[in-house]
Design a protein around this ligand. Structure first.
Ligand code: ADP
Ligand code: MG
Length: 480
């Protein structure tokens, strides 16, 4: 009898507290996190609340336990503590992991196969499963992988060898090695390529491991949708079951506080469970603006590897490899020309080569030579020239290094002016269509000095990452 009364009163108290909580946290959070809780008993000033999963328990403890305790204590001063007990509900989502795996094994999932796998597994009729599979079925959490983005197809050179080695290590080791692996670079330099390569390699080695790759944008979209459809639980459970999580272009969640919060918790619980995380961004963790500092420090606590801007040698290597893949003969002179002219990023470089090849094929296999290449890419090359003049470069570089623009032409050889001058020459070669003698004249030097400067800076870009950052920054300022 006493028992029943006790259960009744704890139930009534909980209902009172719930109505308060609901107004405080809002319907969405309430429905996701607090509604599933069930009061069990009160013993010696301690309330026992049942929670369906361990994951949910962690979440509720970090986010709501203090508030629940305070409210309860106000309502019933005998209550001093809240105890959360994990007690699985019947409609467990235990087989979710199996579901994810079942379509993770399909190399490039197509929408049909995905929903098939999910439908198969949800035959059990469990509603929790339906609700979980719902968000999986409509669009899988992992984006498809590009079959061309493999380690074999990745050309390694000085600017990317470190990132490549780190990616290889993560893909090959059975144990979690660096966690997280954080890759960063400017656009089009191979971050996505390396992430897909890791995913392919892990799947090849052990198809039973669940690898999820998605963009931060997609992560956010899914999270916002989960909130809208009130199934944040299912959202979380999906991520909890992965062995390797890759989130691409994480700068996208800068300033998006709620998504960041969610990301932070997903991130922490996976790391605590010993799962591998791989992140990419366009900046180092420290330089990501609009990201909370605790997340920044979490992001940098594994291995941070950057991909430097390409150098001539790497660009040439990539062009050679791509020409071979396209099974076309492209004269070395043309490849060299492209490698010199298109220094922005690999994506544009590839685009230029493809344009030249397509052009020749459309014209019934017209021979590829320097003249036709210049012809085909005239617009592209002109837009480089139009945008940037040597005067602009000299001005920006001298501003950046705080020297007088006159120093660009002066005879002074002190390192503090000679280095910026060399950088300006290098950028003039990279970003304009001017020949070496033309560039030389603008600096009142001859062409061999310019050539020497270009080589010197190319060398330094690889050895000195702060110099590489300066140059990259200047390049971006000039291009925008
Ligand atoms: P990011 O994600 O850094 O913006 P991507 O990985 O999308 O860059 O790379 C852009 C394009 O350049 C892709 O087609 C990719 O295959 C190619 N690419 C980049 N780096 C290399 C490389 N080292 N070897 C071969 N291809 C590369
Ligand atoms: Mg990318």
């Amino acid at each position: 009898m006493e028992d029943i009364q006790d259960t009744n009163s704890v139930q009534i108290q909980w209902e009172q507290i719930c109505s308060k909580l609901k107004t405080e946290v809002g319907d969405t959070a309430f429905n996701s996190w607090l509604r599933p809780l069930e009061p069990a008993s009160i013993e010696e000033g301690k309330v026992n609340l049942k929670v369906p999963t361990r994951f949910m328990r962690n979440w509720v403890v970090t986010h709501y336990s203090d508030r629940i305790r305070a409210l309860w204590n106000k309502y019933n001063p005998d209550v001093e503590d809240i105890n959360f007990i994990v007690q699985p509900i019947q409609k467990e989502v235990g087989s979710l992991r199996g579901i994810i795996r079942s379509f993770e094994k399909v190399p490039t999932p197509k929408p049909d196969t995905e929903s098939f796998a999910v439908r198969d597994a949800s035959v059990n009729g469990a509603s929790a499963l339906d609700w979980a599979s719902d968000s999986l079925g409509k669009d899988s959490i992992s984006a498809p992988l590009d079959p061309r983005y493999t380690f074999e197809n990745f050309v390694v050179g000085k600017p990317n060898e470190f990132a490549y080695a780190a990616a290889k290590r993560v893909a090959e080791s059975k144990k979690v090695s660096f966690n997280p692996l954080f890759l960063y670079s400017g656009v089009g330099l191979g971050k996505t390529h390396l992430m897909h390569a890791i995913a392919w390699e892990i799947r090849r080695k052990d198809p039973s491991r669940t690898v999820v790759y998605l963009s931060a944008e997609k992560f956010m979209y899914k999270f916002v949708r989960a909130i809208r459809y009130k199934d944040t639980m299912a959202f979380k459970e999906q991520f909890r079951s992965v062995d390797v999580l890759m989130v691409d272009d994480v700068q996208f969640i800068c300033g998006k506080d709620q998504t960041q919060e969610e990301f932070f918790h997903t991130f922490n619980s996976l790391i605590e469970d010993g799962r591998q995380i791989i992140i990419s961004a366009d900046k180092s963790p420290a330089d990501l603006d609009g990201i909370e500092s605790r997340l920044k420090s979490r992001l940098s606590c594994g291995l941070v590897a950057d991909i430097h801007p390409t150098n001539f040698e790497l660009r040439l290597g990539i062009l050679e490899a791509k020409a071979e893949q396209l099974e076309v003969k492209v004269p070395e002179k043309v490849l060299e020309f492209l490698a010199h002219k298109i220094a922005t990023n690999v994506r544009e470089l590839e685009g230029a080569l493809k344009r030249v090849v397509a052009h020749s094929q459309l014209l019934g296999g017209r021979e590829i030579n320097l003249e036709m290449t210049q012809d085909v890419l005239r617009d592209m090359l002109r837009s480089y020239d139009k945008r940037i003049t040597i005067d602009d470069i000299q001005k920006k570089v001298s501003e950046h290094f705080n020297i007088s623009p006159k120093e660009m032409h002066s005879d002074r050889r002190a390192r503090s002016v000679a280095r910026p001058r060399q950088i300006a020459m290098y950028l003039a070669k990279q970003l304009t269509n001017r020949s070496l003698p033309e560039i030389g004249r603008k600096f009142e030097r001859d062409h061999t000095t310019v050539m020497h400067a270009v080589r010197k800076i190319e060398e330094l870009l690889v050895q000195d990452s702060s110099m590489a950052e300066d140059v990259e920054l200047l390049r971006r300022m000039l291009e925008n």
